[in-house]
Ligand binder design. Structure first.
Ligand SMILES: Cc1cc2nc3c(=O)[nH]c(=O)nc-3n(C[C@H](O)[C@H](O)[C@H](O)COP(=O)(O)OP(=O)(O)OC[C@H]3O[C@@H](n4cnc5c(N)ncnc54)[C@H](O)[C@@H]3O)c2cc1C
Length: 359
């Protein structure tokens, strides 16, 4: 019997396990991947993520992250560029997630790698997690941090779902230190430099007919003159884009009339911010830290969920607005950002967690 079971070792689960262990709890984290792995993610980290990571003991420059100082939006022949009102970074998730899990293990959390939780349920006052291979773990509380993946019996209430694709590239010319938003027919993409050179292309689409690298590059390139120029001669570094389907953008967990006692949801299992408009990693880290405080102080899950909902409300609403603009009127958005870059900077600041938007 452990005091707290954490299912999932992404930013939310790792931050929770780290803070719980530091607070003296006996915590077991179960992560299905045996080793560091790329994830579908734009890899843009804003000042909220940077500050939260610093608080946990990780420095983005020391991890080799690339600073991002500006943003650009291109649609058709229209284009706008503006300086970001804060410092931002680009760092591969394989590096970030591994560093967080190392910290959690170093603080005393038991970290099980390559172990898959098949199902979890309540038995009396305890939570039981059944692992592939037959082991069962028991805990007084369960932190659900499985990100994009549903756990049997605890799936998010979804409506629809988008497709996320990621394709690391070698570009014909080096990219400046900026994030470029590239709307196209059926979705939008973000492109930014990676630490080892090259760039990360990440796209959110309503649907995909074929998810091979040439069709993704052709689709994004057709969206704007800038995309065509940036991606001309680009060489995919993977045979196919990595993909995740059924992403419920805008989802927020709300407890029903009878919340399950001792089940705490964090990260993408609690809320899914529209990609490339908001900062899902920062929200996952903040939820992970907060759930540890809640469990250590005996705060019930329902109260924790309500408080986290209030904290995430502003970034969720602003990111939703920006994503709708990118989807429905990208040309007008580019024009507005060109005429009034101050507005673009304000919108970018509003997508950050309150209290973290300064440079
Ligand atoms: C297309 C796209 C682009 C994005 N771009 C950005 C961006 O640029 N910046 C940003 O901040 N956010 C971005 N996000 C969002 C970000 O990726 C997520 O918000 C963030 O990863 C959530 O963290 P998490 O810890 O909740 O989940 P995850 O990072 O998904 O981690 C969950 C972990 O749980 C493990 N797991 C799952 N099921 C089980 C199981 N049954 N047993 C054991 N382990 C399990 C998985 O292996 C995984 O490691 C993007 C998302 C998408 C889809």
């Amino acid at each position: 019997m452990t005091e707290v079971l954490v299912v999932g070792g992404g930013p939310a689960g790792a931050a929770a396990a780290l803070r719980l262990a530091q607070g003296g709890a006996e915590v077991t984290l179960v992560e299905r991947e045996p080793a560091a792995r790329e994830k579908v993610c734009g890899e843009f980290l804003g000042p909220d993520a940077a500050a939260l990571l610093e608080g946990l003991g990780l420095s983005l420059p020391c991890l080799g992250a690339v600073p991002i100082g500006a943003a650009r939006l291109a649609s058709g022949a229209r284009e706008a560029a503006w300086a970001l009102p804060f410092g931002a970074w680009s760092l591969p998730r394989a590096v970030l997630d591994e560093a967080l899990l190392d910290l959690a293990a170093g603080a005393g959390a038991r970290v099980l790698r390559g172990a898959v939780v098949l199902a979890a349920g309540r038995e009396g006052a305890e939570w039981c997690a059944r692992l592939a291979g037959g082991t069962t773990l028991h805990g007084a509380a369960l932190v659900l941090a499985t990100g994009k993946h549903e756990l049997r019996g605890h799936a998010r209430a979804k409506r629809g779902g988008s497709v996320g694709l990621k394709l690391p590239l070698r570009l014909a010319a080096p990219m400046p230190a900026e994030v470029v938003l590239l709307p196209f027919d059926g979705g939008y993409a973000g492109l930014q430099p990676r630490p080892e050179g090259g760039a990360n292309l990440c796209a959110a689409l309503h649907a995909v007919e074929s998810a091979d690298a040439p069709s993704l590059l052709a689709r994004v390139s057709a969206g704007s003159d800038r995309a065509g120029a940036l991606l001309r001669g680009a060489e995919p570094l993977l045979p196919r884009p990595m993909a995740v389907a059924g992403v419920p953008y805008g989802f927020r967990h709300r407890d029903g009339a009878a919340p399950e006692p001792g089940l705490y949801r964090v990260g993408d299992q609690f809320a899914v911010v529209p990609s490339l408009a908001g900062d899902g990693v920062a929200m996952a880290l903040a939820g992970g830290e907060e759930v540890a405080r809640a469990i250590l102080s005996g705060r019930p899950a329902g109260e924790f969920h309500a408080a986290l909902n209030r904290r995430l409300d502003r970034p969720m609403r602003w990111a939703g607005l920006i994503a709708r603009g990118l989807d429905r009127a990208p040309g007008s958005l580019a024009l507005a950002a060109r005429i009034a870059p101050a507005l673009a900077r304000l919108a970018a600041a509003r997508t950050r967690l309150p209290g973290f938007s300064a440079a």
